[in-house]
Design a protein around this ligand. Structure first.
Ligand code: F6P
Length: 525
């Protein structure tokens, strides 16, 4: 089916964004869509009306609508793990399975968050001044990203996040903290992840060294593995559950969001959920032609499968969204970085692109050179807010001017002729020497996502937009977006290598690994 895009791609590869804009003065209107104050402008993508129609046909024929309805109805859409996919139920966007008390659990962890914030739940030495969340992947990236994004809404205890098994992460995080006033949350869907469990044990030792048996009071847990949290010794009153129908990278809406709730309070956390629910409603009810996640997904399919571009730069013009690219990396690449279709045969098209990025304007001063003049076309997704939360002088206007300028420069570039005209008056030989270097090829696509202001509701809506985009692409590629078998092999090998490194076990190893181990031993003295 993806082949139907080929003739459209051939036509559009032979034209330019300059020509497309020149041919259609109403291009912005035709290639942008809105949900209230959220706008997606994809007029700077190399598509035309026929290509867009072909993409929408592809979505229809791939069964996107039926798949979405199946997911929402609780069908076991995650085939290889035989699980429902119902993270939408955590925010009222779908119904949870009978007996799973979403509302009661939400009320419970939000009440706990308020108790910690207010000091009603406190250490013997007084209210908690600091909270350390130990988790990794989906049990870390969402809370880290959202906590940073919502800094203007944050008060209460300071929040810290430890994910890496590298002890440097925990050591550096706790070195300035007072264990007598620190709460540690162990966040792990499975409660078996090596990194998190090691960090949890070490953090507990750090607490015990300072407060002895009181340490128990300083720990809470979030997991689907209630028995695991119990075995670790965390009191049931501070264990908050969720369910196997919530994928790790889709879990920020569950009790995994506890640190966020401690930071922003329960009413803002509910606004965050409401934002996501409003995107769920839009996704469920809006025709494909105006459906923002569907359009964003189709632009991605166009870039990846029709134009053959293997990577995307995600550039928020918002310093507080600095961890958003890392969050979307897991969401997208762990979901759709797959090579088999749902029935187990090899996929016959390219799947998820490599996603990476940093906030603008910083990115302009590091890797944008390559985006403008390098030999590859790398599409860019910009995100920007119309209004700042701070209103400091003209900073925000300058930020927006830069964002718009980059989109313009990518799309239209500057021809050698234009460069020469601008250099008029300079020495002719100098113009010949420098003009090729100063030329911008342009014709580099971008999509711009605009919203009014980054607040809890908007952030919830933005995350859900990307979640549904990933879902739609997974349906079109016919892959299981909700498993992650690709991370398993490394985990298993690391367990064996841990015993080898500790000298507890020998193993049949390849020559390179043997060489590296002996070098490590040599270097360890
Ligand atoms: O390694 C992959 C992964 O399973 C992610 O999908 C998940 O978010 C992360 O590990 C952490 O898992 P857990 O929450 O079970 O500790």
């Amino acid at each position: 089916m993806i082949d139907t895009l080929t003739p459209h791609a051939a036509r559009l590869k032979a034209t330019s964004l300059r020509a497309l804009f020149a041919d259609d003065p109403a291009r912005f209107e035709a290639f942008s869509a809105r949900l209230d104050d959220l706008l997606i402008d994809f007029s700077k993508e190399k598509i035309d009306a026929d290509a867009l129609a072909a993409l929408l046909d592809l979505a229809r024929h791939s069964g996107v609508e039926a798949a979405r309805d199946a997911m929402v109805s609780g069908a076991h859409w995650n085939l290889t793990e035989d699980r429902a996919v119902l993270h939408m139920a955590l925010r009222g966007g779908a119904k949870a399975p009978q007996g799973d008390d979403v509302k009661g659990t939400l009320d419970r962890f939000l009440a706990f968050a308020e108790d910690v914030r207010s000091g009603r739940y406190a250490a013997a030495a007084g209210p908690f001044t600091d909270v350390v969340n130990t988790g990794i992947g989906g049990s870390d990236l969402g809370p880290v990203m959202a906590t940073r994004a919502l800094e203007p809404d944050r008060d209460g205890p300071r929040l810290h996040f430890v994910s890496n098994v590298d002890s440097g992460h925990l050591t550096d995080t706790v070195k300035a903290l007072d264990p007598a006033r620190t709460l540690v949350i162990v966040a792990s869907k499975t409660f078996t992840t090596q990194e998190t469990m090691m960090n949890a044990h070490t953090a507990r030792e750090w607490l015990r060294d300072a407060v002895g048996e009181e340490a128990g009071r300083h720990m809470a847990a979030v997991s689907t593995n209630i028995a695991g949290a119990d075995a670790f010794g965390i009191d049931a009153s501070r264990v908050f559950g969720f369910w196997d129908w919530v994928g790790g990278r889709y879990s920020i809406w569950s009790a995994i969001g506890l640190p966020v709730a401690i930071g922003i309070g329960s009413s803002d956390f509910r606004a965050f959920l409401d934002g996501a629910a409003s995107m769920d409603k839009h996704f469920r009810e809006t025709p494909l032609e105006q459906n923002l996640p569907v359009l964003l997904a189709l632009i991605g399919i166009w870039r990846r499968n029709a134009m053959g571009w293997p990577t995307v730069a995600l550039i928020p013009y918002d310093q507080r969204l600095e961890r958003f690219p890392a969050y979307v990396q897991q969401l997208d690449m762990e979901s759709n970085g797959k090579r088999t279709v749902r029935n187990g045969t090899p996929v016959d098209s390219a799947t998820a692109p490599v996603i990476w990025g940093e906030p603008g304007t910083n990115a302009q001063h590091s890797f944008f050179q390559l985006l403008h003049q390098g030999t590859d076309t790398i599409p860019v997704d910009f995100i920007a807010a119309a209004m700042s939360r701070d209103g400091v002088n003209d900073h925000h206007t300058a930020l927006l001017a830069n964002c718009l300028a980059q989109g313009q420069a990518f799309a239209f570039g500057r021809t050698e002729e234009e460069v020469r005209a601008r250099m008029a008056g300079a020495d002719a030989a100098e113009i010949d020497r420098l003009a090729p270097h100063r030329t911008f090829p342009g014709d580099r696509p971008s999509t711009t996502i605009l919203h009014r202001q980054l607040d809890p509701f908007t952030l919830g809506r933005l995350i859900a937009l990307f979640e549904h985009k990933v879902f739609v692409q997974g349906v079109i590629w016919d892959i299981d977006s909700f498993d992650q078998w690709g991370v398993e092999l490394g985990k298993v090998l690391a367990i064996d290598l841990l015993s080898v490194l500790k000298g507890e076990q020998g193993a049949e190893l390849d020559d390179s690994t043997v060489g590296l181990i002996s070098a490590l031993r040599e270097l360890s003295v």
